[in-house]
Design a protein around this ligand. Structure first.
Ligand code: SF4
Length: 349
């Protein structure tokens, strides 16, 4: 019996191999991807009628109807226009996607989830407290992208980028995330520029090295949490099994191989990791590794951690300028009023 395939679940290259085995060439694959990604057509009858997809190929696609995530909530922040979509899987698990308005008029970046829940256990993160966890399938990641993009288009705006900074640690779901990114980047499918897709990790050294080895063209952001192992053990306990020096060494290998700056994300917590000592430790750790340091103020719904005040943050920035001497960027974590900010996604808001 013929094995069916969901074109949202395999990479463009694998799809071509599959089509070739059925006597169809790359042009047919491009038409199929274009029908799904550009026009949102998910029915075999319409693939055949509107895109001249051969019947033998259309009939090999399945299971039909192609499954969708159920969109069950959408909320827009009155404060800053961030929008959060909550989806439900077939087994009723919640996952969330955030629409991030960019400075450029009408441009939106999508913050996608890679898992339901997250096993990394970061102590400032609501996702870590979700009791059910699993990797998202590639088609579930792609369906977030397609449905969120439909929302963006209905508002007369356009999607110009995607970041894997929603629920989950993307490198724990490496293959599915990379396949989804490949589909989002493919010019016949999502058409998002590779440099506008960011994969964010809390510091899984073997996967950072794999990513470097494979020469992936997407941006990489490594979230440090803290510059010392002692503090990382408190803030990002699971990721802290790799000493922070090894994490930065892996980030350095990536930066040098790609001849780019690697983004180091740093969650700023008042009284915990924003002192002069922390800046000095970060500077020693980074050395001459080409980095950009993104500072993100913590949003902890439990109230255990607080963001630094304006003076405390400015002092830390000044100290980083002295000790790191490379670009320091304050990254806005929006949608706090709708539980859409970094570390607050839990499928409940
Ligand atoms: S911050 Fe990221 S890696 Fe850490 S628990 Fe939350 S989702 Fe997972």
């Amino acid at each position: 019996m013929d094995v069916t395939i969901d074109p949202r679940d395999v990479g463009p290259g694998e799809l071509e191999t599959w089509a070739a085995a059925r006597g169809c060439d790359a042009v047919v694959v491009r038409k199929l991807l274009s029908a799904i990604f550009r026009r949102g057509v998910l029915e075999p009858d319409r693939w055949m009628a509107e895109s001249q997809i051969p019947k033998r190929l259309a009939e090999s696609i399945g299971p039909l109807p192609l499954p969708r995530l159920r969109l069950d909530a959408s909320v827009v922040s009155p404060g800053d226009g961030f929008q959060k979509l909550r989806f439900r899987t077939a087994e009723d698990l919640a996952l969330e996607t955030v629409l991030i308005p960019l400075h450029k008029e009408g441009a939106v970046s999508l913050c996608l989830s890679s898992q339901v829940g997250c096993a990394m256990g970061c102590t400032f993160c609501a996702t870590a407290r979700m009791t059910t966890r699993r990797n998202l399938k590639t088609w579930e990641i792609i369906d977030q992208f397609l449905q969120a993009r439909d929302v963006v288009h209905s508002q007369g705006r356009r999607v110009t980028g995607a970041v894997f900074m929603g629920m989950g640690e993307p490198f724990l779901n490496y293959d599915n995330v990379m396949t989804a990114a490949d589909l989002m980047r493919c010019s016949s499918a999502g058409s998002v520029a590779a440099k506008a897709i960011t994969i964010s990790t809390v510091g899984l050294v073997p996967e950072i090295d794999r990513y470097t080895r494979e020469g992936r063209r997407y941006r990489l952001a490594v979230s440090l949490g803290a510059a010392t192992d002692e503090k990382r053990r408190e803030l990002v306990p699971v990721a802290a099994r790799w000493p922070v020096a090894e994490v930065v060494a892996a980030a350095r290998r990536y930066a040098l191989a790609r001849r780019t700056r690697v983004t180091l994300a740093y969650v700023c917590i008042s009284g915990v990791n924003v002192g002069e000592d922390d800046a000095r430790a970060l500077g020693e750790l980074i050395g001459d590794t080409p980095v950009r340091v993104d500072l993100i103020e913590v949003t902890d719904p439990t109230g255990r951690y607080s963001p630094p005040g304006a003076d405390e943050l400015q002092s830390f920035r000044d100290a980083l300028t002295r000790h790191v001497g490379q670009p320091i960027v304050r990254r806005y974590s929006g949608g706090k009023d709708i539980q859409a900010a970094c570390g607050t996604l839990a499928g409940t808001g």
